[in-house]
Design a protein around this ligand. Structure first.
Ligand SMILES: NC(=O)c1ccc[n+]([C@@H]2O[C@H](COP(=O)([O-])OP(=O)(O)OC[C@H]3O[C@@H](n4cnc5c(N)ncnc54)[C@H](OP(=O)(O)O)[C@@H]3O)[C@@H](O)[C@H]2O)c1
Length: 342
């Protein structure tokens, strides 16, 4: 029973339409070259339309692999085939996609990452649309509109490309996780320092708070002449004291916000030569994925090119951010995302 008639799973016409339009996604990303507004991560902003980072990452990334799995399980029956009739190679490709997104959508944000900056609903929605289009496109290909027999795969010379692509995919995935992990370590270290700083600060703040309260009590109780002053002066004093307390609270919450987002110059692995090695490794990973199909799978190619088209300007923007934040000297000869090039 299809969930959304002709969409989940997609009819051939709808799949062809999405897969065709999906090729033009890089045109949409030209906006990233023109506008620096990207309210996520390092460049997140304060907004009532923000979604907490961890929830945003999980909810925008998880639908992709779920839709893909749903399509692969339901499309074959629609096409008059049994789901078990799909060749092993299709299932290997499904598995790799699922492994990546279980890591990216569930483990990374919900289990491994200590903190993540909030994401604006606009970025969240764009990422969700990306996931849906990509899942329809690759899922349709794997679920029955692409190769459906070993003979189909043989025609794609998969005996040669599949193992090679698999190795490239694995190297890319490992590199992506490794460099993500380095950033997490920085954050964990920073979070530890933040906790200390917070508890120090809270202690100091608590002290100030109780000092303030005691101070005002002491004033009114220990100085009898103040008791004879008019009621209005007491009210004024009370108002001033409340205002001061509010200011202190705001100051504390501002300081909390500042210490929550601690950024450090990363230095491990490829971070020595580029600032976004996790991006580069992800591109290597999906190049391997496309390679596994003997470079014949158009949806896998679109996925790779679409990722590059949106992540490349983001990495360049990130480099500008690093230079602004840490200075040209500290960034040194590091490129944004391709060693020695850009
Ligand atoms: N962004 C995309 O368009 C996109 C698309 C597809 C896949 N991905 C993949 O998703 C993963 C995360 O991407 P991203 O764009 O969020 O990467 P990112 O900006 O480098 O951030 C990754 C994580 O590390 C933290 N972080 C980054 N730089 C740091 C530093 N110098 N010091 C301390 N902590 C730092 C971030 O904290 P904050 O959140 O607080 O900044 C965030 O939690 C990557 O592996 C990437 O390949 C990203």
């Amino acid at each position: 029973m299809p969930v959304l008639e002709n969409w989940l799973p997609p009819s051939r016409e709808n799949w062809e339409l999405v897969s065709y339009l999906w090729r033009f996604f890089p045109l949409v990303t030209t906006i990233q070259w023109l506008v620096d507004f990207y309210p996520q991560g390092k460049t997140s902003i304060t907004s009532s339309l923000n979604i907490p980072g961890k929830i945003a990452w999980a909810t925008m990334e998880a639908p992709g692999f779920m839709i893909l799995v749903y399509i692969v399980y339901t499309l074959p029956a629609r096409l008059g085939m049994g789901v078990t009739s799909l060749p092993l190679a299709n299932w290997i490709m499904v598995l790799l996609f699922v492994i990546h997104y279980i890591y990216r959508a569930l483990l990374a944000p919900l289990v491994f990452n200590p903190t993540m900056s909030p994401i604006h609903v606009l970025v969240w929605a764009a990422a969700l649309v990306f996931q849906i289009c990509n899942a329809l496109s690759i899922g349709g290909w794997l679920g029955g509109y692409g190769p459906v027999s070993d003979a189909d795969w043989t025609a794609m010379r998969y005996g040669y490309w599949m193992p090679l692509g698999l190795v490239v995919w694995a190297v890319g995935f490992a590199g992506n996780v490794f460099h993500d992990e380095h950033l997490r370590q920085i954050r964990r270290g920073a979070s530890g320092a933040v906790k200390n700083e917070r508890s120090e600060f809270d202690k100091a703040g608590g002290q100030r708070e109780s000092d303030g309260r005691n101070g005002s009590q002491t004033t009114t109780e220990d100085k009898p002449e103040e008791k004879v002053q008019g009621e209005s002066q007491r009210t004024e004093e009370l108002e001033t004291s409340v205002k001061n307390e509010k200011n202190e609270k705001n100051e504390r919450s501002e300081k909390r916000k500042k210490v929550d987002k601690v950024y450090v110059m990363p230095h491990s692995g490829l971070f020595r030569v580029i600032l976004y090695p996790h991006y580069l490794c992800e591109w290597i990973e999906w190049t391997g994925y496309w390679m596994m199909t003997g470079f014949t799978c158009v949806p896998a190619r679109s996925f790779l090119l679409n990722e590059i088209s949106t992540m490349f300007p983001r990495a360049l923007q990130g480099k500008r951010w690093y230079v602004e934040r840490f200075g040209r000297e500290k960034v040194g000869a590091r490129r944004a995302v391709i060693p020695g090039v850009v």
